[in-house]
Design a protein around this ligand. Structure first.
Ligand code: DNO
Length: 361
C-alpha cells in the first residue's frame, strides 16, 4: 500500500507541502489542475509545474484526482466526441510525467453531496454531514450555494462556478435519464478512452457515487457491488478499474466495504479510507477513522487490502475539522485529522505485516 495525501495545489490549498512531508509514510501527492475548465485539455507546462513542485519535496505525482468528465459525455450529447478527444489528450499528457492512476467519477451534475459542511460533533470538532430530508423537494441552487459558500471561496470539484449559471438547464437535460442510458453513455466513454490508457499505462479508477443512492431525482451508477460489477464489465480491460472508497460506499447500509475489496481486488487501483456514522433515519456524518467512532469497520477494510496483497495507492480521504482549523481549511480536507487517520491506517497495516512476517518465518 502506497500512502498518498490529497493536495489541491499551490495557492489553492492552505496546507504547505512541508507539513505534508512530516506525516509518516506519505510518498505521493494526489493532485489535479483544478482551474482548468472541465472538458479542456490539461496543458503540458502546467502539469510539469506541479511535477517540479512535488519533486522539491520528494513526492511522486502518480495519482490524479480527478480528470472530471464533462456533463455532455454523461448525457450522451453529440458534442461528446470532441470532449472525449480532449480527455484522451489529457491522458497522454499525464503519461508524459509518469502518472499511473486517474480517479474520476460519473455522477450526474454534482460530485459528492453533503447538506452541512461543519456539523458539530460532541467533542467540539466538526465534520461533513448529510441530512436526507434536505435532499427531497429542495431548490438545487440552494444546495449548490451552501456548498460553495462553505468552501470559503476555494474551488470545489464538481461545484464549479460556471455550473451554477446552468444548473437548471442541466437538470432539464437530465429529465428522463435512466440508469441504463447512463451505463450506455459510460460504455461509450470507456470504449473510447481505455485503449489510450492502455497505450499510456494509466489505470482509470471510477469513484463511487457519494452518497451511494439516487438523489435529486438523478440516476447514479456506482452505488453497490452489483453496479460496480456492471461498470467494470462495460470494458473488461484492467485499465478500467475502481477507486475503492470506504466512506462513500459505507454511507449506504446495503454495502459491505471490506467485501467489495475482496470481490474486486484485481481492479482496485486506488483506495480512499475513512469512516462514517449512520443515523436511524438515513442521515450520516463523517467521523474519525477509528472503528468505534463510526459504522465502517476500518480495520477490516485494511485487513482486506492486506489480504489481497494491495500494492496500489491509498489516502485517508476526508477528516473532521479539529483544533480550530475549520477557519482556514477546505471542507473535509484539513491537515490534522487526515494525518491522524493515516497513523491509524499504518497502525493496522504494520500489525498485519508483522503478523504475516511471523507466519512466513
Ligand atoms: C470527495 C472526493 C470526491 C472524488 C471524486 C472523484 O472528497 O472523494 O470528490 O474526488 O468524486 O472524481
Amino acid at each position: 500500500m502506497q500512502m498518498t495525501f490529497r493536495w489541491y495545489g499551490e495557492g489553492n490549498d492552505p496546507i504547505p507541502l512541508a507539513h505534508i512531508k512530516q506525516i509518516p509514510g506519505v510518498t505521493g501527492l494526489v493532485w489535479a489542475l483544478h482551474d482548468v475548465p472541465v472538458g479542456e485539455v490539461w496543458p503540458m507546462e502546467r502539469i510539469e509545474e506541479v511535477k517540479q513542485q512535488a519533486d522539491k519535496y520528494g513526492f511522486n505525482i502518480d495519482v490524479v484526482e480527478s480528470v472530471n468528465v464533462h456533463e455532455d459525455i454523461k448525457l450522451g450529447l453529440p458534442t461528446r466526441d470532441a470532449l472525449i478527444e480532449n480527455y484522451k489528450q489529457t491522458i497522454r499528457n499525464l503519461s508524459k510525467v509518469g502518472v499511473k492512476v486517474v480517479c474520476y467519477n460519473f455522477m450526474p451534475v454534482f460530485d459528492w453531496t453533503r447538506t452541512d459542511l461543519y456539523k458539530e460533533l460532541p467533542d467540539g470538532s466538526n465534520a461533513l454531514f448529510f441530512e436526507k430530508a434536505q435532499t427531497v423537494d429542495v431548490d438545487v441552487k440552494e444546495v449548490f450555494d451552501r456548498i460553495t459558500e462553505g468552501a470559503k471561496g476555494m474551488t470545489m470539484p464538481g461545484f464549479e462556478p460556471e455550473k451554477r449559471a446552468i444548473i437548471e438547464q442541466l437538470f432539464e437535460q437530465y429529465q428522463g435519464m435512466t440508469e441504463d442510458k447512463m451505463f450506455e453513455n459510460a460504455k461509450y466513454f470507456l470504449d473510447a478512452i481505455i485503449p489510450v490508457c492502455e497505450e499510456c499505462d494509466i489505470k482509470m479508477g471510477i469513484h463511487p457515487d457519494d452518497p451511494p443512492w439516487d438523489i435529486f431525482g438523478l440516476p447514479r451508477l456506482i452505488k453497490s457491488a452489483e453496479n460496480i460489477q456492471k461498470y467494470l464489465d462495460l470494458n473488461p480491460s484492467p485499465n478500467n478499474g475502481l477507486t475503492f472508497c470506504s466512506g462513500s460506499l459505507g454511507a449506504g447500509r446495503h454495502n459491505d466495504p471490506a467485501g467489495i475489496i475482496r470481490k474486486f481486488a484485481d481492479r482496485i487501483h486506488f483506495a480512499h479510507i475513512r469512516n462514517v456514522k449512520h443515523f436511524e433515519n438515513g442521515d450520516f456524518i463523517e467521523s474519525s477513522h477509528r472503528n468505534c467512532d463510526g459504522d465502517v469497520d476500518i480495520t477490516d477494510v485494511v485487513r482486506a487490502l492486506h489480504e489481497v496483497g494491495f500494492t496500489g495507492y491509498a489516502r485517508p480521504d476526508h477528516g473532521r475539522h479539529i483544533w480550530g482549523e475549520e477557519a482556514t481549511c477546505r471542507p473535509g480536507y484539513g491537515l490534522y485529522d487526515r494525518a491522524l487517520g493515516i497513523m491509524y491506517l499504518w497502525g493496522a497495516w504494520d500489525t498485519l505485516e508483522q503478523e504475516k512476517a511471523k507466519r512466513d518465518k
